[in-house]
Ligand binder design. Sequence first.
Ligand SMILES: [Zn+2]
Length: 328
Amino acid sequence: MIEITKAGYHGIQLPQFNIGFDYSGSRAEHVFISHAHADHMPRNRNVDVFCTENTYKLMQKRGYKGNATVLKFGETLELPTSKVTLYPAGHILGSAMVYVETDEGSVLYTGDYRTPPSPASEGFECPDSVDHFITEATFSLPIYRWAGHDELTDEVTGFAKHTLEEGYTPVFLAYNLGKAQEVMHMLSSLDHPIQIHGAGYKLCEVYEEAGIELGNYESYDRETCEGKILVTTNSALNNGFASNVKKKRLAYCSGWAARESSRTQLTVDKLIPLSDHLDFFELIELCKKLEPTRVHITHTPNANVVQHYLDELGIASRFLDLETETDD
Ligand SMILES: [Zn+2]
């Protein structure tokens, strides 16, 4: 029997095997970081971890000072009582799922993931069989079903083109790591100058080194931004980003844009439900394919809904409530 417990703010631990996932406390000797989003990076910026090279580079640009042992996808690390292999998670560049094989069975920790994968990532791949599947379920309600990549690309590029044609400056509201670069990748075919907020700009270099095309872009400059395609976050916009540009139109790019209520919470011209997580139906399909002994669900708006669907498939599951954990 493999024990899987919560550890720290967003972390998970396999105490028998001295392994932690997205954890930075002292209770696990081997800590694996799935990706460089703030809620998965080690809270202790000096702790030593294992991760992919691109996650390491992105974490360093976001203030991580510790030592990372870099693992390639598919490379197996032999630990005293387990073997660990990273699989590409398709969420953002560098994102990895952690597969642990032990005498007691196997565990796959997803971190955040997306299948089909983001084209601005290393793709998605998972092992053939898993005993314990620890999965995020951020969009695990049947109201979330994503459009295909081509359709979303058309929405993004179409919004930019029409806005520019009408003499307005298009502004894409997208999180500065992952979503921003995916939107830029989609826009690169337009060959129109792009300006991205400085917090996202410094991360673009890692994407370019990885061979992801981001188009003709530069860092945001208030004096020259008018008429360019702008990429920034909602909070930067509220803090004066491009406030001097009077004729602009806003597109909000997020899985949350699928909710009709987003319209009342945000004053934007266009909602584009572009997510870097998988949707509800993709999650259930993956569980069907993997046939795990048990699914451990994290980050969900309502665990009962996923559990109901998994019950119907005869797959055992439990809810691992990470947000309320404060013991570390
Ligand atoms: Zn993430």
